[in-house]
Write a new protein. Structure first.
Length: 226
């Protein structure tokens, strides 16, 4: 998008992951008539505790690729306040990954600055070139930081279900099911704040929501097939 720095848009895409493991398993529990355990159960007991099926889906993946940004300033002097309609890139001046990476320090905030703005500090406004009477003049270029240069928090999610089908008549079946997402209730962190002008830049303020990796949820269902 910027002819003088064609590498500016070259990088990893947010939705991709460097590593991703997804595996599923379905296991018929050996309990019930004709099984290893409880093979002499009567029909009533077998209908209650026999022939259950256990299923699991395990997702393990590294985090998405993230891009720090700022809005409002005009270091290029183009008058747009954006990089061809998109949020602008800051300048990168150091390693974006801190040595002691935590949820409160996911990004090295000192690695990014407002392009050309003298005396700028992390968390303050990047307003270079916005007002010729009160702000610093533009420097004639966009920021040099690329896209997808930081890896966000990964995801670990184990979903589990128990289900069985009960034959009621020749044409009618009853299916009972209990299922849980994120059964271990493992905390999967959301993305950090990416706006360099925010006081929370580099800080993760929440866990993931209802997508893969949110808090544990469960449901019980009965379904009649006929």
């Amino acid at each position: 998008s910027y002819v003088y720095n064609r590498h500016l848009d070259f990088g990893d895409v947010y939705g991709t992951r460097r590593h991703r493991w997804l595996t599923s398993m379905v296991y018929d529990l050996p309990i019930g008539r004709g099984k290893a355990f409880g093979h002499n159960l009567n029909r009533a007991a077998d209908a209650l505790i026999g022939r259950w099926q256990l299923s699991n889906i395990l997702l393990w993946q590294t985090g998405p690729y993230l891009t720090p940004y700022f809005s409002g300033g005009d270091p290029s002097g183009t008058g747009s306040g954006s990089l061809y309609g998109r949020r602008q890139h800051p300048d990168r001046v150091g390693n974006p990954v801190p040595s002691n990476q935590t949820r409160n320090n996911w990004i090295n905030v000192a690695a990014f600055v407002c392009p050309g703005q003298v005396g700028w500090t992390p968390g303050s406004s990047c307003n270079i070139g916005t007002d010729p009477t009160s702000t610093q003049a533009p420097i004639g270029r966009f920021g040099n930081s690329g896209v997808g240069i930081i890896e966000g928090p990964g995801t670990v999610n184990l979903s589990t279900g128990l289900a069985k089908s009960l034959v009621l008549t020749e044409r009618v079946r009853l299916k009972a099911q209990v299922s849980f997402t994120n059964i271990l209730n493992h905390t999967n962190l959301a993305d950090p704040t990416l706006n360099i002008a925010s006081g929370n830049f580099g800080v993760i303020n929440s866990a993931r929501g209802s997508d893969f990796g949110g808090n544990r949820t469960g449901q019980v269902s009965l379904r009649v097939d006929f």
